[in-house]
Design a binder for this molecule. Structure first.
Ligand code: TYD
Length: 143
């Protein structure tokens, strides 16, 4: 399964101001140029989202506030990753099915993506996903 948990850069306030700083640089901290950033907020505990895979899109997921569980599936294995620290980043390759579960009210999911939004890049049916991974690798090439 092609995913990676990374520690994002944080800087504590170096003076009497409160607040931590978190930053990400495309191609340096993550293996792609960032073309799109989005976030999901105002979601209640137990909210479930995702339930799709991408054909080309790489993503970095992180949760700067709250606690969100990410479930990754590749048709054979399952991984559960809890984003419970602002600095915990999860890089998800294309070709991985992902689901998200909100563990706390108002947790914020931030995503940096390698591609512009394109509905054709989504596989939203798990049956279709299982057929897709029989035929294509994570680079979208026929296997
Ligand atoms: P969706 O992918 O269904 O969200 P999730 O899988 O996390 O529940 O997206 C919800 C709607 O927002 C859908 O109509 C597509 C639109 N959308 C964009 O227009 N641009 C974007 O970058 C994203 C992520 C979604």
């Amino acid at each position: 399964m092609e995913f990676k948990i990374i520690k994002l850069n944080t800087r504590p306030a170096s003076d009497p101001r409160s607040g931590e700083l978190l930053f990400v640089e495309g191609e340096r901290d993550i293996p792609f140029i960032i073309k799109r950033v989005y976030c999901i907020y105002s979601a209640d505990k137990c909210t479930q989202r995702g339930y799709h895979a991408h054909k080309k899109n790489w993503q970095l997921l992180y949760c700067p506030f709250g606690d969100i569980e990410i479930i990754l599936k590749d048709g054979k294995n399952r991984e559960f990753i809890e984003l419970d620290e602002p600095s915990k980043g999860l890089i998800v390759s294309p070709g991985l099915w992902h689901e998200m579960v909100w563990k706390e009210d108002n947790s914020v999911l931030c995503v940096m993506a390698s591609e512009y939004y394109d509905e054709n890049d989504y596989i939203r049916s798990y049956d279709e996903y299982l057929r897709y991974i029989q035929c294509y690798n994570s680079k979208g090439n026929i296997v």
